[in-house]
Design a protein around this ligand. Structure first.
Ligand SMILES: [Zn+2]
Ligand SMILES: [Zn+2]
Length: 274
């Protein structure tokens, strides 16, 4: 049993074979996928992400404005997200939000302001947050300390790539730590060393597909079935079997998001429509 805690399966990359991709995931033992809506919040892309979650019983959704698109965030974008949350019980998180100083697709001051604003809105909405942070460890932790201290619903640091100190700071703030295929990469010894020290009850696994395809499938489009390779990498570091790591991270996911039970493996199309 595995849960892909962060995927982008609503994208064009899967328009021709989404059903088969989901079927392969189920065959690999993936019982739930958190599909994260990103992109221009005015373009309909967040609605598209929610539609996929409404359609499949084993797919949940998160919506938010990615730091890349922070310059596109405004009141109308906030209202669209709030409306979606009211309409769909499939939305279980606000995200991904945060800071990305690697690409700097939006000015840094705008990223910081929009990150803080969305933390406040998520808090009001009573939803946990999914954090994306790249090359901005200290500022991310500072903003979380200001805006997300003692917030009951907590959050997830997705595709974790930070230092051990960063990991310890966010664990102290109550965050879950999600690892992606990067943990299987040859040059990721430092990251593996950090992963080894994350408390078991805080671990999650993800693909971040279509990106970050794990070893030994690098160079190809990624998909949720590959989350098994991430669990395998993490299992080796913690001295447990891949199946045990899958079960453990699935239980962590269900507990953290307050889901009574995960859908049975092999769940099919749900009857809900948005
Ligand atoms: Zn991300
Ligand atoms: Zn993502």
């Amino acid at each position: 049993m595995f849960v892909d805690s962060h995927a982008h399966i609503d994208g064009d990359e899967y328009d021709t074979d989404r059903e088969e991709v989901l079927e392969r995931a189920r065959e690999a033992g993936v019982c739930a996928i958190l599909n994260v809506g990103t992109g221009d919040p005015h373009s309909g892309t967040l609605e598209r992400a929610v539609e996929v979650a409404e359609k499949y019983e084993d797919v949940y959704a998160a919506v938010g404005v990615h730091p890349h698109d922070a310059r596109l965030f405004d009141d109308e974008a906030a209202r669209r997200i709030q409306r979606l949350i009211e309409q769909s019980a499939r939305i279980i998180a606000w995200g991904e939000i945060g800071l990305d100083y690697h690409y700097d697709n939006s000015p840094r001051d705008v990223q910081r302001e929009v990150f803080a604003q969305q933390l406040r809105l998520a808090r009001e909405a009573g939803l946990p947050v999914i954090i994306h942070t790249r090359e901005a460890d200290d500022e991310t932790v500072n903003i979380l300390r200001d805006e997300w201290k003692d917030v009951e619903q907590g959050g997830v640091m997705h595709c974790f790539s930070g230092s051990r100190a960063m990991m310890e700071s966010v664990v102290a703030l109550g965050f879950m730590i999600s690892f992606a295929g990067t943990i299987t990469f040859k040059k990721a010894d430092d990251l593996r060393e950090v992963a080894r020290h994350v408390p078991l009850e805080r671990l999650l696994v993800e693909t971040d597909c279509p990106f970050l395809t794990p070893v030994p499938f690098r160079g190809r489009r990624n998909e949720p079935a590959r989350v098994v390779e991430v669990a395998r990498g993490l299992a080796e570091l913690h001295g447990v079997t891949t199946d045990e790591m899958g079960r453990l991270t699935s239980e962590n996911f269900a507990r953290f998001f307050g889901l009574d039970a995960l859908p049975e493996k092999g769940a099919t199309t749900s009857t809900n429509t948005l």
